[in-house]
Design a protein around this ligand. Sequence first.
Ligand code: FAD
Ligand code: DHB
Length: 395
Amino acid sequence: MRTQVGIVGAGPAGLLLSHLLALRGIESIVVETRSRAYCEARQRAGVLECGSVQVLREAGLADRLDRLGLEHGGIYLQFGGQRRRIDFRDLTGGRTVTVYAQTEVVKDLIAARLAAGGAIEFEISDTEVAAVTTARPVLRYTGADGVRHEVTCDAIAGCDGFHGICRDAIPAGLRTVWESGYPYAWLGILADVPPSTDELIYCHHPAGFALHSLRSPQLSRLYLQVPPEEDIAAWPDDRIWAEMQRRFALPGWELKEGPVLEKGITPMRSFVCSPMRHGRLFLAGDAAHIVPPTGAKGLNLALADVTVLAGALISLLRDGRGELADAYSDSCLDRVWRATHFSWWMTTMLHATPGAGSLEAQLQLSQLRYVTSSRAAATSLAENYVGYRPAATPG
Ligand code: FAD
Ligand code: DHB
């Protein structure tokens, strides 16, 4: 088999890349170990930066996003018995974020690819990439029917997430990895209850961080800081709600409870791999970098990477020009490191570090008072949250 770009992984990165390439007449195949139903149901991120929305809109992918997405002009920071708003519109010249679940982005992308006759192979196994430093890299996999395939490509995109195989195709001696864990995790729930807030609440509390987000006017999404090795079995629904009530408590405000539809625990880490390219293999999204979720950056970085990558591959494969491919890693890593710092900063400002002395909490509270009272500090948070800097759609 022969195609121009072999794409490993049907997450947001792989699917958007395939779509952006097809818009410019470049063919690709996407191979994915999981089923379509699994990819479409996997609960993950929920906030799109304005640049991500723009990319999806310009790519003709925003019909449902424009109908169902909820535009938010700010967030709340709650700490020390008060809830203060950061006004993104005011601080960033009118920019906003849009609450639209990753599950919906993935559904829209899969539907668009299949409607356009795009090739997505679900439930494959034993993915291999080879000959990536030649002009004809090879992608091998076993299809759902058990048949082994070999696809000769012009380039391969490793969009296979943190646990994928593509990153290891860059020899260890040629890549540098920076990694750090956090002494806590997030317990997330999806609840069948209208959100108790009009905008997200990021809540600092001595017992640990909590976040109130949403999926729609009928569905709430909430998170609690828990110990890193926590067993979800230790958290029956009534314990989760009691802990939410304790952390979000504010006089005159009520947290509405409802049936818990789903719950799970997500570990947290910061991870960056450089370079994001080796020969004709290009890494994008979680395959190359992971941020803790507190800044809502993971999905947005994945979409930004492939927006840049699509431009680089179009230039390379259509026009025979390699400059953008050569610049790909550096131009993505600039944004990645900004988001890595922002996510680490939001995380360490808002979470209670187990075993830390009371000095840490005082420093966090001071920082929270500062970002909610100084326009300069608030502007820095706001411009990072709405996206610094957006990637432009390839021409
Ligand atoms: P992924 O979405 O991981 O997609 C990679 C795809 O590759 C997967 O479908 C996988 O099955 C497939 N794959 C893996 N190995 C192979 C292989 N060998 N062959 C073929 N296919 C393969 N971000 C936020 O901003 N906020 C959040 O609340 C948030 N919550 C998260 C919760 C969890 C549990 C996780 C894991 C991530 C969360 N993130 C969150 C991060 C965000 O969801 C990711 O950054 C985003 O999914 C990255 O997209 P991606 O396409 O790069 O990778
Ligand atoms: C959501 C997740 C985040 O990590 C975040 O910072 C904001 C919202 C969410 O799942 O809705």
